[in-house]
Ligand binder design. Structure first.
Ligand SMILES: O=C(O)CCC(=O)C(=O)O
Ligand SMILES: [Fe+2]
Length: 333
């Protein structure tokens, strides 16, 4: 646990191993606020209209925010509080609280999970655990802070319901049933402590998620950025909203119509930022391929057909190079 950033960062200058290579540095570039990422009201009754808005946002940005989504705001606030309390525990306590499952369905790591081999480290700690089936997983979750399970259990159950509702909108919009293809549902609680020099470091580098969708709880601290039209824009935190982004599998299933948007999380020097990603992913055997409804004579299949586990192997092998990943997944015609 000694490598967790939160275990050692206090009053330290930036260690060399956290400094990005020059071509990846942010410098003093000011990134503008994204003023047109759609905020979709899920409280309305016109399902066709909601589906249309979700599809348009996913085509244009791969990102949208949702409000009136049904997850109680006090549950969101309490979940964020216990996530912060968890990351404030000592390294020793974090080790104890994440070692309850011998099969390691709950774990914590610094940086990118490739700490030993990566060229530079990220300014981030991540707690990961499974969320489904809840009754089975919850016994392996942290018991510190004392309210962790009591709060995060109902929180993940509600976010899961929301996630399946959004997947159903995609299913109707794309003409394919996604609900039956779901496998893993897990929570990743990211923590980015205040950083001595945000211009030289990265919280979470540019990536497209490998899940169907991510339902992200951002705190009120800025840090999430999306790549749009050759530039980065900031996703503004909106009280009580969730950020939803689509991952590569939906880009492939929609035959490139929907966009798995590239995004990253930057650090800041004043205040810690905590975010919680709820990923809904395909099962290992699910064939990730353009849906028949997305392919016709004028829209030939752009992507190969791969079981999700093979998709993941290609994803991991090309993690740091999005062009190489796209090439590895594309058909050769
Ligand atoms: O911290 C954030 O806002 C982004 C998190 C993220 O992209 C991820 O967990 O995949
Ligand atoms: Fe992500």
């Amino acid at each position: 646990m000694e490598h967790l950033v939160s275990s050692w960062y206090n009053n330290r200058s930036l260690p060399e191993s956290y400094i990005l290579p020059p071509e990846r540095r942010l410098g003093n570039l000011i990134v503008p606020l994204a003023n047109n990422i759609p905020v979709i009201d899920l409280g309305g009754h016109d399902q066709t209209d909601i589906i249309q808005q979700i599809l348009e946002a996913s085509q244009e940005f791969g990102f949208f925010q949702v409000i009136n989504h049904g997850v109680p705001s006090n549950l969101m606030d309490e979940a964020m509080s216990v996530f912060k309390e968890f990351h404030a525990l000592s390294g020793e306590d974090k080790a104890i609280e994440t070692s309850k499952d011998p099969n390691k369905s709950c774990y914590i790591y610094p940086s990118s999970a490739n700490y030993a081999t990566e060229k530079f480290h990220l300014w981030r700690d991540a707690l990961v655990h499974n969320c489904n089936p809840l009754e089975e997983c919850i016994q392996f979750w942290p018991e510190q802070p004392p309210r962790y399970r009591e709060v995060v259990g109902p929180y993940t159950a509600e976010v899961r319901k929301l996630g399946f509702r959004i997947l159903e909108f995609f299913s109707q919009g794309l003409g394919i049933s996604l609900g039956g293809l779901v496998g893993n549902q897990n929570l990743v609680v990211n923590h980015y402590p205040p950083c001595p020099d945000p211009s030289l470091t990265m919280g979470l580098g540019k990536h497209i998620d490998p899940a169907f969708i991510n339902i992200l709880l951002q705190s009120d601290v800025y840090g999430l950025q999306v790549f749009k039209d050759e530039g980065w824009v900031v996703v503004e935190p909106i009280p009580n909203a969730f950020v939803v982004n689509i991952g590569y599998p939906l880009q492939i299933i929609s035959n490139g119509k929907l966009k798995g948007a590239e995004h990253r999380a930057v650090t800041n020097s004043n205040i810690a930022r905590t975010s919680a990603s709820f990923f809904i992913s395909p099962s290992h055997e699910t064939l990730i391929e353009p849906a028949k409804s997305s392919v016709d004579a004028s829209h030939p299949a752009l992507y190969k057909s791969l079981p999700y586990k093979d998709f993941i192997a290609k994803y991991l092998a090309n993690f740091s190079d999005s062009k190489a990943l796209e090439e590895a997944l594309r058909t050769t015609v």
